[in-house]
Write a protein that binds this ligand. Sequence first.
Ligand SMILES: [Zn+2]
Length: 425
Amino acid sequence: MTFETAFTMDSSSIKFGPGVTREVGYDMKQLGSRRVMVVTDPNLANSETVEITLEALRAEGIDAVLFDRVRVEPTDVSFKEAIEFATEGQFDGYVAVGGGSSMDTAKAANLYATYPADFLAYVNPPIGQGRPAPGRLKPLIAIPTTAGTGSETTGVAIFDLLEMHAKTGIAHRALRPVMGIVDPNNTRQMPKMVAACSGLDVLSHALESLTALPFQQRPAPEHPSLRPAYQGANPVSDIWAAQAIRLVSQNIVRAIEVPTDEAARGQMLLAATFAGIGFGNAGVHLPHGMSYPVSGMVRDFKPEGYVTDHPIIPHGMSVILNAPAVFRFTAPANPERHLYAAGLMGVNTMNARPEEAGELLAGAIIDLMRQTGMPNGLKAVGFGPEDVEQLVAGTLPQHRVTKLSPRPAGPEELRQLFLNSMTLW
Ligand SMILES: [Zn+2]
């Protein structure tokens, strides 16, 4: 096997600032689109952000059609509904308004409406065939309304494949939005629990990309088109990830407790974008890989502050619940990086020994979880040791991310990690 020798640095163009949503009409027109599908979820259908978006597009003479049936935590069924709408609508551009769910749905709608194929054709292997997008897609502009997913900067669309009770996704550079319009005015209405979960998701994106398997330890692709978007830790993604860890650690508690603090909220949104640029190129690993079955196997948990008709374990919550156990486990593979991450979170690591790295980082994460009202482990969201086999079975197919763990994790290791995540403090 030959190892990888190259890495790439891809990102959407980013426009950041209070009020920039009003520029979406101008930006879409510059991209040459005349008929645009605006993709959002039912909770946001009547929001100011959607209203401003539609107005701005129409003011530039663009035919803007609203699709407001995105499912929060989307599924193959909800993706297909959007794909059908997109195919029938003959759009030449897309605007996504919302959290990761809206952005990911817009990416899928754009892909399958532009290059129709069997649904599993583009889905990540081993669940799907992982076929690369055949070419460029129609322009997509993403307008995030939560400071979390960083989906505005990535070529990844995540969904729940209902028959398998597991999250999987579609990942290809071509899915990446052309532009992310990142406007702090759009996160004013975020409920506290949404802000907490999305903020901790940002933290984990950054921690995972910083500690991921380095790109030069991955096998070289047989052809440039097969180089994955998630390439492993690399010198450019490290910079974005490190800054994101710092920004989240300094601002998350304040942004949740005082939602009127424009500065703290703006910094969290910036952190989400920074982390997105980092993990969009480096990737994430075990906390995300393990989170997919946790979210997919939810029974009756409904977090406060989430408006939803079905039980959900929000993405960020399912990620962070596994994070402390994971970083204790991965630290021996690269103690310096784990210590560096703990230091970025504000831990004094001056006299720390390498063997303390995992504990210091896990402790810093648990501190933030307690300050932001997270449940105390998987038990608190409805799981017990009897669920571990099924959680492991749901994690094993997440190759795209689990193989980026700096320390290999097979069924036995995953079993232990889930058991260690049942109760955290
Ligand atoms: Zn995430």
